[in-house]
Design a protein around this ligand. Structure first.
Ligand code: IVH
Length: 670
């Protein structure tokens, strides 16, 4: 490589790495693996070492990526939040240990090995035992104030107990467990939304939500791993974390003290395999000097500590050929491009298809049928194409052109204004949309008509018997018997199933309608609060937003749905068919709260929020999600944000703590 080429490559790598940092930290949508990122970074580091004259002052080798967005207050870190040097090889770990031994001449030392949680870093301050501030890493120098959102994390104490110092900072990682992630994705898909790629993206996306109520609905967790304080009262990292554990903070139970590299290697070996059975994603192990004095002695480079290093587990990448790109049409009309691959083995499963997400992604990858591509499992769940092996592409392969018309009904596609997604607007005439809505309607979590499967829906649709879900309730035995291979008994079963669905409660009917963004949980909240469908049909978006977990996007989607004449007609027919379109009230405990609207906030000690909400209803009260002039009481648990309290006080709303509330409904201190 001559110096001209080196300069070009440095420029190219700098631009690419900056873009990847932006995608990772700000958009929370990384498009290459950590491994690939680190490879590019190392190449840049190497070239900058060879040609320092071309190293740019804004090079990503000198700065950590930034997640600062403009929507939160920016706060300067008391001490910079650095990243870690990392390695994928045992040889480099030996080098790391060698450097330490050299710097600490004749001293003995000890490491602590910890799992590297794959989430996002957060700095948290406690004053007099109360959580007062939480800030994201940002660019390492300043980050976003996300205190209100972080308060919603249940495993993070808002008030410490025991013998805690009056003021300290503790840093850790916010993440989401795989199970919770899968459940969230199931709900998203059921609500007609696209699934998230991996738990890390959801965790980081969640913290950047503007509405803390929406954050509270995301089951985030936190592990703390770095205690910092002016006055050094602990001798070792280990002791500091043990103390933090005793104050109620969540410290990883998987850490280990290691007296030499041998023990470190056995820890690595164990977790490379054992991590697969953990409930959350780990991308490596962090190896830290245990003694805080020795940490200080070793100090920092401009970017990373010299006393710690991250060893990263390799994610497996497969190399295979893209046969072609096909397109799926979802029940909401959203088009998803899918890569059909020559089958290849990846982490023990055979991968044949991978998601390409949307048109932007195809353009970004510049992927073309026939290409050799790299495939990885994002968060080890959904396989995705991470890159193209351009060295294997022939000269005259034309660029891929995204479809302009629906592959199913040939209607011209529309593109969402701000989004990357294409939609088929032919809601009532596009077969996969119509059939998809019926499939969603009969699904177990919706109307639970298990005698109707997707093949039957296909038959019913083709025979012209069912065009929408209301048609199901007009079906007659004689009509069903005209269908291909339909026996008397299965036809009768179907009718029985349809009949039984008339008893399905309102909340599930609401979910079954398939309104965009209305998943199971949201449907339950809406049913509980709206009471009946007539209220929903005429509710304004402001009124809708009073409902728990309903923000502007969901509210708009609901009013849009109900504004369509075809949907009004559909509701009318479902009403005629005898479906439950209002909430059935369980026998009340009392009417002590009759005529009162209550808002609950914070975390409660004796009951869950859902239980408190239910108690309010069973005693004749109404739940609302935010304080307004119509609120009578704010029931405040632990860790309530000052903004909420101030608003309640300003509006003259009475504030009750958990005990006062329980006393009020006669459940008080027994
Ligand atoms: S220590 C100066 N410990 O990994 C000390 N970091 O690649 C820096 N991480 O920014 C952090 N688990 O977001 C540390 N047990 C652990 C960790 C951990 C995950 C993250 C953290 C950090 C990044 C560095």
């Amino acid at each position: 490589m001559d110096s001209r080429q080196a300069k070009d490559r440095i420029d190219q790598l700098t631009a690419a790495l900056k873009d990847h940092n932006y995608r990772y930290y700000v958009l929370a949508e990384p498009v290459i693996s950590d491994f690939e990122f680190d490879r590019l970074l190392k190449e840049l580091e190497y070239l900058e070492g060879q040609y320092p004259q071309y190293a740019r002052p804004d090079s990503p080798t000198r700065h950590v990526g930034s997640d600062v967005s403009n929507e939160f207050r920016s706060i300067r870190h008391k001490r910079p939040m650095l990243s870690l040097g990392n390695t994928y090889s045992a040889a480099e770990l030996k080098d790391f240990d060698g450097r330490i031994a050299k710097a600490l001449v004749n001293e003995t030392y000890e490491y602590v090995c910890e799992l590297k949680v794959d989430g996002l870093a957060i700095s948290i301050f406690y004053e007099q035992g109360r959580l007062v501030q939480a800030v994201t890493r940002g660019d390492g120098v300043q980050g976003d104030d996300v205190t209100e959102n972080v308060r919603t994390i249940r495993s993070l104490p808002k008030q410490l107990h025991g013998n805690y110092p009056s003021s300290f900072e503790i840093r850790g990682e916010i993440f989401m467990h795989r199970k919770a992630f899968e459940k969230l994705n199931e709900e998203r898909q059921a609500a007609g939304e696209l699934p998230y790629a991996n738990p890390r993206n959801v965790a980081s996306g969640s913290l950047k939500l503007k509405d803390s109520r929406e954050v509270a609905a995301r089951p985030l967790d936190i592990i703390l791993y770095h205690y910092l304080e002016e006055q050094q009262r602990f001798a070792t990292h280990w002791e500091a974390l043990e103390a933090a554990r005793s104050w109620g903070l969540n410290i990883s139970p998987h850490s280990r003290k290691c007296s030499g590299l041998e023990e470190v290697f056995s820890f690595l070996k164990h977790w490379d395999e054992a991590r697969k059975s953990l409930s959350f994603d780990t991308d490596g192990v962090v190896i830290k000097m245990n003694s805080l004095n020795q940490q200080q002695e070793l100090g920092y480079t401009a970017k990373v500590p010299r006393w710690a290093i991250a060893y990263k587990f390799q994610t497996e990448t497969a190399h295979t050929r893209l046969i072609n790109i096909s397109f799926q049409v979802g029940r909401t009309g959203a088009i998803t491009p899918v890569a059909n691959l020559e089958p290849v083995s990846l982490l023990g499963t055979i991968v044949k298809r991978a998601s390409l997400y949307n048109a932007n992604e195809i353009e970004r990858l510049d992927i073309r049928p026939g290409d050799w591509v790299y495939v990885e499992k994002g968060g080890e769940i959904i396989p995705k194409v991470t890159g193209v092996d351009f060295s294997k592409r022939g000269n005259d392969v034309p660029a891929f052109r995204y479809i302009s018309h629906c592959p199913e009904c040939h209607t011209e596609l529309v593109r969402e204004e701000d989004g990357a997604l294409h939609y088929c607007p032919n809601e009532t005439g596009c077969p996969p949309q119509v059939k998809g809505r019926i499939e969603h309607f009969v699904a177990r979590k919706a109307m639970n008509i298990d005698s109707i499967g997707s093949e039957t829906i296909d038959l019913l649709y083709k025979a012209g018997l069912v065009q929408n879900v209301a048609d199901l309730y007009d079906l007659r035995l004689a009509q069903l018997l005209t269908l291909e291979r339909m026996a008397d008994k299965s036809a009768q079963n179907m009718l029985n199933g349809i009949d039984a669905s008339r008893q399905v409660p309102f909340e599930r009917v609401l979910f079954a309608l398939g309104i965009r963004h209305v998943g199971e949980t949201v449907a339950r909240n809406i049913a509980a609060s709206a009471g009946n469908i007539a209220w929903l049909e005429q509710a304004s978006t402001e009124q809708l937003q009073q409902i728990e977990e309903v923000g502007q996007i969901i509210a708009t989607s609901i009013s849009h749905w109900f504004s369509k004449p075809a949907h009004k007609q559909l509701i009318h027919r479902l009403q005629q068919a005898g479906l439950k379109l209002e909430t059935e009230h369980k026998a009340a405990d009392s009417d002590l709260l009759k005529g009162n609207t209550l808002v609950i906030t914070g975390t409660f000690l004796q009951y869950s929020r859902d239980e408190i909400r239910e108690m309010i209803e069973r005693n004749g009260g109404k739940n609302a999600s935010s304080v307004s002039k119509n609120t009578n009481y704010l029931v405040a648990g632990e860790g309530v944000g000052p903004a909420k309290m101030e608003k309640a006080l300003a509006l003259g709303v009475a504030i009750l703590n958990e005990d006062e509330f329980l006393t009020m409904i006669g459940h008080g201190n027994k």
